[in-house]
Design a protein around this ligand. Structure first.
Ligand code: 5AD
Ligand code: SF4
Length: 421
């Protein structure tokens, strides 16, 4: 979401005609820092980055420094006090007025109705379909810094995607805190849920090949309709990111996640029964307040039973204002670290085993970029299951193309492929 926001702000500025991007932070007139406040660790890094900008401001008084994002929302006054040299601090709750705010700061006409410019020449572009979140998971700051859940209008989303496809974008990533609860009432008064939205977008691909991804999903909003839609459209990703968070029902209840492990497993079974070869990935939190060794064992067991294609594992970080702060952050740092390590090792091993089953398969790979390594060119792409594939090939012009690739090896999370045909 932050990447999409940053790219939109940059597009707004460039569209106004007076700005261009530079790679040289020492020569720039404007620095925009987008921040996250989901965990304390992110905030600490951001503070140190912002602190370091002071010396640039001393060198160049004309330099404008702007802080965006959830941390800006969460700690505006603190940040103002700590970093008085910053020119503007704007959080997501004020983004609807961003054009006016930026116009004021830069004394120029910066329009709200800009077109996304794909300044970084990407093959794959994020399209926000909703903002905010109403779920109030007890550990999570997002509802406080991004506000209530709000779905974007269907026409706006479809227009944006048509424009991107016209510009030859090959992958659309629908993003939102909880995309599978998308809901919109259109002009004819009909209800558009996430599955209807997916169908309408997937149907834009009649004349042009492109893939659609989406993230992230809440298990409580995962329906048969959505699963059937994914199944019916081969251009919708064979990948669902479905955060489990914990394998203990007691902790899930304390987290206010509104499902049990049994219910979660039923959803996974429904997905796997209907769509073969679909990747399922997840988020897990270890060290939530009161998490016992027994609770943690339930999470390990759930991971063994479900076998995720990959998992992001986080150590619980208390966030101000959230319900979970009523509970003491009582799991010692070392225990959080040990649980984090154990579960990551388990997840990595499972991911490796699953990925090995791709060997000898021929997959369509969308090439996103290339890197130069020890004198060789390596193309980097993704399969429709969102597996990263490295291909030794100097065909840099394949970037942006779907390429038939034979998987010949696996390096833990990355597949190694050879172009065929
Ligand atoms: N502490 C640790 N992890 C968190 N997440 C959200 N809030 C916290 C927190 N306070 C994790 C969740 C979520 C992911 C984006 O970040 O796993 O799914
Ligand atoms: Fe946070 Fe829960 Fe909303 Fe995800 S669903 S953004 S974890 S409150």
């Amino acid at each position: 979401m932050n990447i999409a926001d940053s790219e939109n702000v940059v597009s707004m500025l460039i569209n106004s005609g007076d700005f261009e991007i530079t790679n040289n932070i020492n020569q720039t007139d404007v620095i925009i820092v987008n921040t996250c406040s989901v965990r304390k660790h992110a905030e600490d890094r951001e503070e140190s980055f912002i602190g370091n900008l002071k010396k640039l401001k001393i060198k160049n008084e004309e330099l404008k420094i702007i802080i965006l994002g959830c941390f800006a929302q969460n700690a505006k006054l603190e940040l103002q006090k700590k970093f008085p040299f910053v020119d503007l601090i704007v959080g997501p709750l004020d983004y609807e007025y961003l054009a006016e705010i930026l116009s004021n700061v830069f004394q120029r006409n910066i329009s709200k109705n800009y077109k996304y410019l794909n300044l970084f020449n990407k093959v794959s572009v994020f399209v926000p379909i909703m903002t905010g979140c109403d779920n109030y998971c007890s550990y999570c700051i997002v509802p406080y810094v991004r506000g209530r859940e709000k779905s974007r209008s269907l026409d706006e989303i479809l227009d944006e995607i048509k424009n991107l496809l016209y510009k030859d974008i090959k992958e659309i990533v629908l993003i939102g805190q909880n995309v599978n609860s998308y809901k919109y009432i259109d002009k004819e008064n009909s209800y558009i849920g996430f599955s209807e939205l997916l169908k309408k977008i997937a149907n834009l691909g009649v004349n042009k090949k492109f893939w659609i991804r989406f993230l992230t999903n809440h298990p409580k909003d995962m329906s048969y309709e959505i699963i059937k839609t994914i199944k019916d459209f081969p251009n919708v990703a064979r990948h669902i990111h479905l955060p489990l968070q914990s394998g203990s029902n007691r902790i899930l209840e304390l987290m206010n996640r509104k499902y049990t492990v049994e219910k979660y497993k039923q959803i996974v079974n429904m997905i796997r029964d209907n769509i073969k070869d679909i990747a399922i990935t997840t988020d897990l939190i270890v060290g939530f307040p009161t998490e016992t060794e027994e609770d943690f064992k339930h999470t390990l067991q759930a991971v063994k039973d479900i076998r995720f294609d990959s998992a992001f594992v986080f150590k619980y970080s208390p966030r101000e204002k959230t319900k979970a702060t009523e509970l003491k952050d009582d799991i010692p740092k070392e225990v959080k670290e040990e649980r984090h390590y154990k579960i990551l090792t388990l997840c990595d091993n499972i991911a490796y085993q699953i990925n090995k089953s791709y060997i000898n398969k021929i997959k369509d790979v969308l090439i996103h970029s290339y890197v130069n390594k020890n004198g060789n060119v390596i193309l980097i792409g993704k399969t429709i299951e969102n597996k990263t594939v490295e291909i030794f090939s100097d065909k840099k012009n394949f970037v942006g193309n779907f390429v038939k690739t034979k998987i010949v090896d696996v390096k833990f999370h990355t597949l190694v492929g050879e172009i065929v045909g």
